[in-house]
Design a protein around this ligand. Structure first.
Ligand code: PMP
Ligand code: GLU
Length: 402
């Protein structure tokens, strides 16, 4: 097919680097290679039984028709109650739209709000899909970079300096993908104070890793009243409940924007999957602090994080960060640039990830996909056995670089 068939929009879009690396790992595995895929952020646990039972019942109860575009009323109510219970956020069910994953919830927000040329401030490192979804909606991502020295956090001053008359929105995740960093209550409060001076800037808070944090509790920037009107909360069930394939996420925001989001979604997917929605009601009704399955997953992630950090600490040339949430480590690898195994030279993060894939059969994602070419992302959302094997192989391959 000639390239002219494809739109300029799609030609400009990059493939999701996380999903591309996973596809590559699957292909290599299909060829019989023992690849360990640490390139995707996907819990390796099964969906808790009480949620599976709710889904089976939903099928038997014939939840097989198109659901309302914004989600079943009982699910919008369950989300509203969850936001109050876990996050001290006040959103009525009418302010909530249930979508096919947090990814669609984010896409909906950009499609509903951006005009061509509108700027969206994105702190780097960022999750790979933010920038491509902004571009899909004809917006322009504007980057503000954090570094490992500042735990990848950015200050209100840095953001304020990037605000222009074209700035329409700001999007960030805390706990962060790819760094695992979490903003504290005080840091979020300072950010909120700054945004209150710019009420025209929409604050999109991606809280998908909220429940995977090792510091007790993750705060939502939405709790600060002065920015409530300009905030969009994004969350979903993929990470906390290990429900990635069930594709369920949601947004909570002003009624006006929720209606616009509903309009976009009504034309694109109609609604999120009926069976997943009914199962999600059951999942969200459970207080996460009292749910043994969630507690088990979180402590497994913490144990793996501690192990990975210890191992990285012993590998020369790799400087790990100190993640407090999500399930990623985002080490700095600059000291390895210019080194060689005698055959190829590691010039950058892409070379290093290719080297580790070919030599160690371990798939990681180069940091440049997340806006930081000095780092590489390691997902520890896999079994301890896989992690141990991967760390042994990475260590051996890195020690061969001189
Ligand atoms: N936000 C972040 C930061 C993520 O890492 C992911 C991972 N998939 C998503 C949103 C989207 O999640 P989902 O569409 O599976 O709900
Ligand atoms: N969010 C996960 C990741 O960053 C899943 C893959 C994706 O949707 O990007 O690996």
């Amino acid at each position: 097919m000639k390239n002219t068939v494809l739109s300029a929009r799609i030609l400009k879009m990059s493939e999701s680097a996380t999903l591309a690396m996973t596809k590559k790992s699957r292909e290599l595995k299909a060829q019989g290679l023992d690849v360990i895929n640490l390139s995707i952020g996907e819990p390796d646990f099964n969906v808790p039984d009480f949620i599976k039972d709710a889904a089976k019942k939903a099928i038997d109860d014939n939840f097989s028709f198109y659901p309302p575009v914004a989600g079943y009323p009982q699910l919008r109510k369950a989300v509203s109650d969850k936001l109050k219970r876990d996050n001290q956020l006040d959103y009525a069910p009418e302010q909530i739209v249930v979508s096919t994953g947090a990814k669609q919830a984010i896409a909906n927000v950009f499609l509903a709000t951006l005009n061509p040329g509108d700027e969206v401030i994105v702190p780097a490192p960022y999750w790979v899909s933010y920038t491509e979804l902004i571009k899909l909606a004809e917006g322009v991502p504007v980057y503000v970079s954090g570094t490992i020295e500042t735990e990848f956090k950015i200050s209100p001053e840095q953001i304020e300096a990037a605000i222009t008359p074209r700035t329409k929105a700001f999007i960030f995740s805390s706990p962060n993908n790819p760094s695992g960093m979490l903003y504290s209550y005080n840091e979020l409060q300072s950010l909120a104070k700054m945004f209150a001076r710019h009420p025209e800037v929409l604050v999109i808070s991606d809280e998908i890793y909220e429940l995977i944090n090792f510091v007790g509790k993750s705060t939502s920037i939405g709790i600060f009243d002065e920015i409530k009107e300009q905030t969009v909360i994004i969350n979903g069930l993929s990470k906390a409940f290990a429900m990635t394939g069930w594709r369920l996420g949601y947004s909570a925001t002003s009624i006006e924007l929720a209606k616009a989001i509903e309009k976009v979604q009504g034309q694109i997917t109609s609604a999120a999957n009926a069976v997943s929605q009914i199962a999600a009601v059951t999942a969200l009704q459970v207080d996460p602090t009292e749910c043994k399955e969630l507690t088990m997953m979180k402590s497994a992630f913490k144990e793996r994080r501690d192990y990975v950090l210890k191992r990285f600490g012993d590998i020369p040339g790799i400087r790990p960060n100190n993640p407090e949430g999500a399930f990623y480590v985002f080490p700095n690898i600059e000291q390895l640039f210019g080194k060689s195994d005698g055959q190829s030279i590691i010039k950058d993060d892409n070379d290093l990830s290719l080297y580790l894939l070919n030599k160690a059969l371990v798939a990681l994602v180069p940091g440049s996909a997340f806006g930081d070419p000095n780092c590489i992302r390691f997902s520890y959302a896999t079994s301890m056995e896989n992690i141990q094997k991967a760390m042994d192989r990475i260590e051996k391959a890195i020690l061969e670089l001189k």
